[in-house]
Design a binder for this molecule. Structure first.
Ligand code: NAD
Length: 108
């Protein structure tokens, strides 16, 4: 578990070398975003690696497009990192906290 509590965005990970890297990262404890041009293929690979959808998610992005990379990274932050905060949230607190809603990268 060399990557426990890390979040990795693996680009071109719906297939081939990227997919194999994503499998190894997930096995080593990382939460992984399967980033690819093809959202459907990314989602299929994500659910193949983690059928629960909690630790591995698909995200569409063209790595050559800065705006798409920024948007995709923000989505990953909300879907993977925020889920960690949720598990530690006292029942009396409202969800989602305004610090996350107001943050451009979802890190509060
Ligand atoms: N140097 C070497 O020895 C060597 C060996 C094998 C592969 N390669 C290169 O590594 C790369 C990956 O090979 P592979 O076999 O895994 O290929 P692959 O086609 O199986 O996988 C590439 C993935 O990247 C995605 N992708 C392509 N362009 C993208 C973009 N702009 N943004 C996001 N995702 C994108 C594709 O949709 C696909 O899912 C290729 O460029 C290949 O030529 C190099």
């Amino acid at each position: 578990m060399r990557l426990k509590d890390k979040v990795a965005i693996v680009t071109g990970a719906a297939s081939g070398i990227g997919k194999e890297i994503a499998i190894i990262f997930a096995r080593e404890g990382a939460k992984v975003a399967i980033a690819d041009l093809d959202q459907k293929a990314a989602d299929a690979t994500a659910s193949e690696i983690d059928p629960t959808g909690k630790r591995v998610v698909g995200v569409a992005m063209d790595v050559a497009n800065e705006q798409q990379v920024d948007d995709g990274t923000a989505k990953v932050s909300r879907r993977l990192e925020v889920s960690t905060s949720l598990s530690a949230m006292p029942a009396s607190r409202s969800w989602p906290p305004s610090s996350i809603l107001n943050s451009p990268n979802g890190n509060g």
